[in-house]
Design a protein around this ligand. Structure first.
Ligand code: HEM
Length: 451
C-alpha cells in the first residue's frame, strides 16, 4: 500500500492496492505450481519487474489526505485530470441516503490513500468489492469532493428526506442566464462528486466505485471529464483558447507569485463559509459548475489581436492589455490616443474584475474538456453549421455564497462579454459542498443530526 500522510492519519485495516499486488504475486507463484489461473488474471497479474512508483508525501504520486477541516479538491492545487459526476437520488428513504453517505465516506477515505474502495475478499467466486482497475496505481493526488444540490432538500415542493429546513439560503436555484442553452441531460442534479487526480484511470476508478456503491439509492444524471496540461508548477496553464487561465485567482499570501503588486483578497475569505452557516456548511463552500462549449474552429480563425481584445490580455505573455508582464495590474482606466479604453468595455477580464463587481471574487478551478465532435450551429457570423469540436471549459468555481460570487459576476458577463461570441453554456449546476470530514465522521453528518 502506498505510504502517505493520509495513511498515518487514517490507517486502513485492509490490504490496499499494494497488498493485493502481493496477493496476486502469490497467485502467479501458485500458477507456476499447477494452479489453474484464468488467462485474464494471468495477463493482469503484475510482475516484480514493473513496480508502481513509490510515493512520498507532497510528490506527484502522493495521496491527498481525505479527512480535514475542509474537503480536499477545493483549494488543493489542480490535478491533471477530473471526472465530475452528478447523481439523482432515487430512494424515498432518508435512511438510505444516510447509509450511502457513510459508505461513500469509507470508500473515499480508502481510495484517497491508494486503497481499493472496499476490502477485497479471498473468495474469487463472488464479485469483488472493487473493480480493480487502479490496483497497483499510486493515488496520484486523488481528491474526492462532494456537493449537495437543491434536490437533496426539496423536489417539486416536497420535503423528500425531512431536510428541507436545512437548505442553506445561499444554495439558490441556478438562475437562467442570458444566452444559456442548457441541456437538461447535463444540468442540475441532487449530488455532485468531483474526483480529481493526475491519472485519468484513478479519477474514473473513484467515480465508478462510488456509482456502484450507490446502486438503488442514487443514479448518474450527467458526467464530464476534463484535463489540465502539465505546465510547470510555477507557470499559469493555458486553456484551449491558448490563453493563460488562472492568473487573477484569489490566493492566500505568500503566493508563489507574490510579486503581484495588488494581491487579491485572502483566498480563504472568498472560498469558505463562515459564521453565516448553517453549522454543517461552516468550513464548506459552494460550487458553480458550468459546461461551456468553445467554438474552437471559429476562435482559431480569429486574428490574434482581436482575440486579445476579447480576453483583455495579451495571448503570449498573459499581461493585461497595456501591461508587459503577466502579473501587472489591470489598468481599467487607461485610454488610448483616441480616448478608447485600452481594455475594452466588453473584455472578459474587465467584466470579471473585482473592481467592477463590488469586490466579488470566486476561486476558479477549471479543466478543459474534449468530447469529440458534434453537429453544431455557430451562434455568430458566419453562422457555420456542421460537425465541430464538442470541446471547451468545464468551469468550476468555489465561493462562500453563490449570490455574491458567481451570480454577481456572471450575470453582467452573460449579457456583455465579447467572449460570448465563442462560448455556449450547455450545462451545469450549483452545489453546497459541506465542511471537511474528520476521522470517524461521515459526509453531511451534522446535517442529519440537526434535523
Ligand atoms: C470558456 C469560458 C471561459 C474562458 C475560456 C475563460 C478564460 C479566462 C481567461 C483567459 C482569463 C484571464 C486570465 C486569468 O486571470 O485567469 C479569465 C479571467 C477571469 N474569468 Fe474567465 N473564462 C471563461 C469563463 C468564465 C466564466 C463563466 C466566469 C464567471 C464568473 C469567468 C470569470 C473570470 C474571472 C472572475 C476572471 C478574473 C478577472 C480579473 O479579475 O482579472 N470566466 N478567464
Amino acid at each position: 500500500m502506498t505510504k502517505t500522510t493520509a495513511d498515518s492519519a487514517d490507517p486502513g485495516p485492509n490490504p490496499g492496492r499494494r497488498g493485493f499486488l502481493a496477493a496476486a504475486g502469490g497467485l502467479v507463484a501458485a500458477a507456476g505450481a499447477g494452479f489453474a489461473m484464468p488467462p485474464a488474471v494471468a495477463a493482469a497479474a503484475p510482475t516484480a519487474a514493473a513496480p508502481p512508483p513509490e510515493a512520498t508525501p507532497g510528490s506527484e504520486v502522493a495521496g491527498k489526505p481525505f479527512h480535514g477541516e475542509h474537503q480536499a479538491g477545493i483549494v488543493s492545487p489542480a490535478q491533471g485530470q477530473t471526472y465530475f459526476a452528478v447523481f439523482d437520488l432515487v430512494t424515498p428513504r432518508r435512511s438510505d441516503v444516510e447509509a450511502l453517505f457513510r459508505t461513500w465516506t469509507d470508500a473515499s477515505a480508502r481510495m484517497a490513500r491508494g486503497d481499493t474502495a472496499k476490502p477485497l475478499a479471498d473468495d474469487l467466486s463472488v464479485a469483488a468489492g472493487d473493480g480493480g482497475e487502479a490496483i497497483g496505481l499510486p493515488p496520484a493526488r486523488l481528491t474526492i469532493t462532494f456537493g449537495f444540490g437543491a434536490g437533496l432538500f426539496t423536489r417539486d415542493g416536497q420535503d423528500r428526506y425531512g431536510l428541507a429546513a436545512q437548505r442553506p439560503a445561499a444554495l439558490v436555484d441556478m438562475p437562467r442566464f442570458n444566452g444559456d442553452q442548457l441541456e437538461p441531460a447535463a444540468t442540475g442534479g441532487d449530488l455532485s462528486v468531483q474526483a480529481c487526480a493526475d491519472d485519468p484511470q484513478v479519477a474514473f476508478h473513484a467515480i465508478r466505485q462510488l456509482v456502484r456503491l450507490a446502486e438503488g439509492v442514487a443514479q448518474l444524471r450527467w458526467t464530464q471529464t476534463g484535463f489540465n496540461a502539465a505546465f510547470a508548477a510555477t507557470e499559469t496553464g493555458r486553456n484551449l483558447m491558448g490563453f493563460k487561465d488562472g492568473t487573477q485567482n484569489p490566493q492566500t499570501p505568500p503566493h508563489r507569485l507574490s510579486t503581484d503588486p495588488k494581491p487579491t483578497a485572502d483566498r480563504d475569505a472568498v472560498v469558505w463559509v463562515g459564521d453565516e452557516g448553517p453549522d454543517w456548511m461552516r468550513g464548506g463552500s459552494y460550487v458553480a459548475v458550468r459546461l461551456i462549449r468553445i467554438a474552437l474552429e471559429h476562435w482559431d480563425r480569429t486574428e490574434v489581436d482581436f482575440q486579445e481584445q476579447v480576453v483583455g490580455r495579451h495571448k503570449h505573455s498573459g499581461a493585461p492589455l497595456g501591461g508587459k508582464d503577466e502579473f501587472d495590474p489591470l489598468d481599467l482606466d487607461a485610454v488610448d490616443q483616441d480616448g478608447n479604453p485600452v481594455i475594452p468595455e466588453n473584455a472578459h477580464v474587465r467584466l470579471g474584475a473585482a473592481a467592477v463587481n463590488d469586490g466579488a471574487q470566486i476561486l476558479r478551478r477549471a479543466f478543459s474538456f474534449n468530447n469529440g465532435i458534434k453537429f453544431t450551429a455557430e451562434r455568430w457570423p458566419p453562422w457555420r453549421q456542421g460537425l465541430e469540436y464538442d470541446a471547451g471549459l468545464l468551469f468550476v468555481a468555489y465561493q462562500r455564497d453563490l449570490r455574491t460570487g458567481f451570480i454577481k459576476i456572471f450575470e453582467p458577463m452573460a449579457k456583455l462579454d465579447a467572449m460570448n461570441q465563442f462560448t455556449t453554456h450547455v450545462g451545469g449546476g450549483f452545489f453546497a459542498c459541506p465542511r471537511g470530514i474528520k476521522p470517524g465522521e461521515f459526509l453531511g453528518q451534522d446535517l442529519f443530526k440537526s434535523s
